[in-house]
Ligand binder design. Structure first.
Ligand SMILES: Nc1ncnc2c1ncn2[C@@H]1O[C@H](COP(=O)(O)OP(=O)(O)O)[C@@H](O)[C@H]1O
Ligand SMILES: [Mg+2]
Length: 341
C-alpha cells in the first residue's frame, strides 16, 4: 500500500506519547490502544496525525478541510462522554465525504443499542437470551415470562461497565435493586436477560461484503473462587492483579465440540450482516454444555490494542498486527458510502 495521510481520531487526552518510557502501567493502560495503532501505522510508513476530540467538532472539521487526510482512523468511542454518539461522529465524517476506518453509522447505531440489536437478531431467528427492557422511570413489567437467574445490564454501555457479581440476580428483590442501580449509575435504561450458563466466547469478524472470522477466543475464568459468578465483570476485564491472582485470561478456545467452530463462525457472520456492520467487529457469545450458542452482543470497532482479543485472535489466524491495521484501512477505503454514488 502506498504511503497514506492518516488522521487518527482519539478521545481528547488520549493522544499517545512517542514512547512508553517513564509511564506507569496504569498510565499506559489509558492510551495503550491509541499508542499501538499510531506506532504501527508509522512503522508501516504512513504519515500519521493523531487528533484529540471531545466535545467540539471544530478541530475535526478544520483538520479535514485544511489538509484532507486519505483516511480517518476511528478510535473514538464517545462524544462529550456519551458512548452512543460515536456513531454521530462517523455520520459527520460521511457528510464531509471523509473516508474512515471501522463500522458505518447504521451498523454502529444498531449494535450499540443492545435491546434494538437483539430485536433484529430475533427477527432473523438468531439465538440470543430472552430479555425485557426496564426503562428508567417506569415500573418493572414483563418479568413473569423470564426465568431466573437473570442478568441485569445497561442497554447502552460497553466494556463491562456496570457489570459486577451483583449483576446476576436470583430473586425479585435482588432484581429490583440491580435495575435501580443500573438506572442510576449508567444513566439509562436497563436490560434484563436470562442468564446463560456456559463458556464465554468472543469472535472477531472483519470485512465489508466478504467476511472473515478469526479463531474463536475464550474467556478462561481460571481458578476464580467457585462461589463467584463466572461472568466478565469490570474487575475480571480490567484488573490485572486480580486476573493474575486467579489465572484469568482470554485465549484460543480449546476442545470445542465437533462442528461448533464452524457453526459459531457462520452465526457471527450472520449477526454482523443483519446488524449492517462493516469494517471489523467482535461478537460476544455464550455456549452451553449441550452445544447451543447464544449471542450476547456485537461490538463495532472493538479495542485494537496489540494484546487485546481482537488483534490476538487475528494473529492466531496468521494476520500480524501491522497487516491487520492495513486490512482495516483497505476496508475503510473501499467502503461504498452513499455519497460515493
Ligand atoms: N445473558 C447472559 N448470560 C450470561 N452471562 C452474561 C449475559 N449477558 C452478559 N453476560 C456476562 O456479562 C458480560 C458483559 O456483558 P455484555 O453483554 O457483553 O456487555 P459489555 O458491553 O459490557 O461487554 C459478558 O461478557 C458475560 O460474561
Ligand atoms: Mg461484551
Amino acid at each position: 500500500m502506498s504511503r497514506l495521510r492518516i488522521l487518527v481520531l482519539v478521545r481528547d487526552g488520549l493522544v499517545p506519547p512517542d514512547s512508553l518510557d517513564g509511564y506507569s502501567p496504569k498510565e499506559i493502560a489509558e492510551w495503550k490502544c491509541e499508542f499501538d495503532v499510531v506506532q504501527a501505522l508509522r512503522k508501516l510508513g504512513h504519515d500519521v496525525q493523531p487528533l484529540g476530540v471531545y466535545d467540539d467538532l471544530g478541530p475535526l472539521r478544520h483538520a479535514i478541510a485544511e489538509n484532507p487526510p486519505d483516511i480517518a482512523f476511528m478510535l473514538l468511542e464517545e462524544f462529550h462522554g456519551v458512548t452512543a454518539y460515536d456513531q454521530a461522529v462517523v455520520s459527520y465524517l460521511e457528510l464531509m465525504r471523509q473516508l474512515y476506518t471501522g463500522c458505518n453509522p447504521l451498523g454502529m447505531m444498531l449494535s450499540r443499542n443492545k435491546a434494538l440489536a437483539k430485536k433484529i437478531l430475533l427477527y432473523h431467528r438468531i439465538p440470543t437470551p430472552h430479555f425485557v427492557v426496564a426503562p428508567r422511570g417506569r415500573k418493572l413489567a414483563g418479568i413473569a415470562k423470564l426465568r431466573f437467574p437473570l442478568l441485569v445490564k445497561a442497554v447502552f454501555e460497553d466494556a463491562s461497565q456496570g457489570i459486577s457479581q451483583a449483576s446476576v440476580v436470583r430473586d425479585r428483590e435482588a432484581l429490583e435493586e440491580r435495575v435501580r442501580f443500573v438506572h442510576e449509575s449508567c444513566n439509562g435504561d436497563a436490560m434484563i436477560e436470562e442468564y446463560i450458563e456456559g463458556r464465554e466466547l468472543y469472535v472477531g469478524v472483519i470485512g465489508n461484503q466478504r467476511l472473515q472470522t478469526f479463531p474463536i477466543w475464550e474467556m478462561d475464568f481460571g481458578d476464580m473462587p467457585s462461589d463467584g459468578e463466572r461472568i466478565a465483570t469490570r474487575r475480571i476485564k480490567w484488573n490485572e492483579a486480580y486476573r493474575e491472582k486467579y489465572s484469568i485470561d482470554t485465549r484460543a478456545a480449546r476442545n470445542l465440540p465437533d462442528g461448533i467452530a464452524l457453526k459459531v463462525a457462520n452465526l457471527c457472520k450472520r449477526v454482523y450482516r443483519e446488524l449492517s456492520m462493516t469494517g471489523y467487529a467482535r461478537i460476544d457469545l455464550r455456549l452451553t454444555d449441550d452445544g447451543r450458542a447464544y449471542v450476547l452482543e456485537a461490538n463495532a470497532n472493538p479495542n485494537l490494542s496489540r494484546d487485546e482479543d481482537f488483534a490476538a485472535s487475528a494473529k492466531a489466524a496468521g494476520v500480524d498486527y501491522e497487516s491487520l491495521l492495513q486490512k482495516i484501512i483497505q476496508l475503510g477505503l473501499q467502503y461504498p458510502a452513499p455519497w460515493k454514488g
